[in-house]
Write a protein of this length. Structure first.
Length: 249
C-alpha cells in the first residue's frame, strides 16, 4: 500500500511541486495522470488489492471486537449474574462461558459434546446456559420444558433434561416430554403445567431481550471474557481463546 501511495504522489508531482502536496486541489489533467498511475500500478501488482482487503477486514474485526466488549460490559449483570439461568461447571471458576442455545439447532448439537469436554477437562470454567429458542414451536416447547424442570427440580435435573433434549431426534411434543420426564425419574404433570406459566415465559422473554441488546441473532452464540463467539467454535479453538483470555488477565 505504501508503494501504491508513492506511485500516486509521483503522478501528481508531474504537474508541479506545489500541486503535488495537495491531493484535494487537482485539475483534470492531474486527476487523469493520478488515475493512470494507480491503474498501471494495480495491473502490475494485483496482490495489493488482497492486501487492502485484508487490512480492511482487520480493521472491521477490531472495531467489531471493541463493540462486542462494550456490549458485554454494559450487560454484564444480565449475562453473568442471572439467577434464572442454569449454572454449571466450576461455580468458582476463573472464567465464565455463556451459551445462547436452541435445542433444534444443528450446530448447538454439534457443539454440545465439545462444550462438555471443555468444561470437564479444564476444570476451572463456569458455564451459564441461556435458553434462546428461535427455530420454531418445537424449540420453544423444549426450552419451556427445560426451564420448568430447572424451576421445579433444580440444577441436577435440568442438566439431565438439557443433555437429553440436545440429543433428542424425534418430534418434541407433550407425549415425548412426558416420556422424557419419566426416563429422568421426574413427575411429568407438574412440569408440563409449569411450562405454560408466566415464570417460564419471563425467562425466555428476558433472554430474547438480552440477545437483542447484544445483537445476537443466531445459535449457538458464546460469550467468553470480553469476546462474542458467534456460531460453532471447535474445541481446540475454544481452548486457545480461554488460554489467551487468562494470559491477558
Amino acid at each position: 500500500m505504501k508503494a501504491l501511495l508513492a506511485a500516486a504522489a509521483a503522478a501528481i508531482a508531474l504537474a508541479g511541486p506545489a500541486s503535488a502536496l495537495d491531493l484535494t486541489d487537482m485539475n483534470q489533467s492531474e486527476r487523469s495522470a493520478l488515475r493512470e498511475e494507480i491503474r498501471a500500478y494495480i495491473l502490475d501488482n494485483p496482490e495489493v488489492i488482497m492486501e487492502a482487503v485484508a487490512i480492511l477486514e482487520q480493521r472491521q474485526n477490531a472495531q467489531k471486537a471493541q463493540s462486542d466488549a462494550q456490549m458485554i460490559a454494559t450487560n454484564a449483570e444480565a449475562l453473568f449474574e442471572d439467577d434464572a439461568s442454569w449454572v454449571g461447571g466450576n461455580p468458582e471458576g476463573d472464567l465464565t462461558l455463556v451459551e445462547f442455545m436452541d435445542y433444534r439447532c444443528g450446530y448447538c448439537r454439534k457443539a454440545a459434546p465439545e462444550v462438555s469436554e471443555l468444561i470437564e477437562s479444564d476444570g476451572n470454567i463456569r458455564i451459564i446456559v441461556k435458553e434462546f429458542p428461535i427455530l420454531g414451536d418445537q424449540s420453544v416447547i423444549a426450552s419451556r420444558f427445560a426451564i420448568a424442570v430447572l424451576q421445579l427440580e433444580g440444577d441436577a435435573a435440568y442438566e439431565k433434561a438439557h443433555d437429553t433434549l440436545i440429543k433428542f431426534k424425534g418430534e418434541i411434543g407433550r407425549d415425548a416430554l412426558t416420556r422424557i420426564a419419566g426416563d429422568l425419574g421426574l413427575e411429568a404433570a407438574p412440569i408440563l403445567e409449569r411450562m405454560d406459566s408466566d415464570a417460564v415465559t419471563e425467562v425466555i422473554s428476558r433472554n430474547h431481550q438480552l440477545a437483542s441488546r447484544l445483537q445476537i441473532t443466531g445459535t449457538p452464540t458464546f460469550v467468553m471474557g470480553e469476546q462474542m463467539l458467534r456460531g460453532y467454535v471447535p474445541l481446540d479453538k475454544m481452548r486457545q481463546i480461554a488460554a489467551q483470555i487468562r494470559k491477558d488477565q
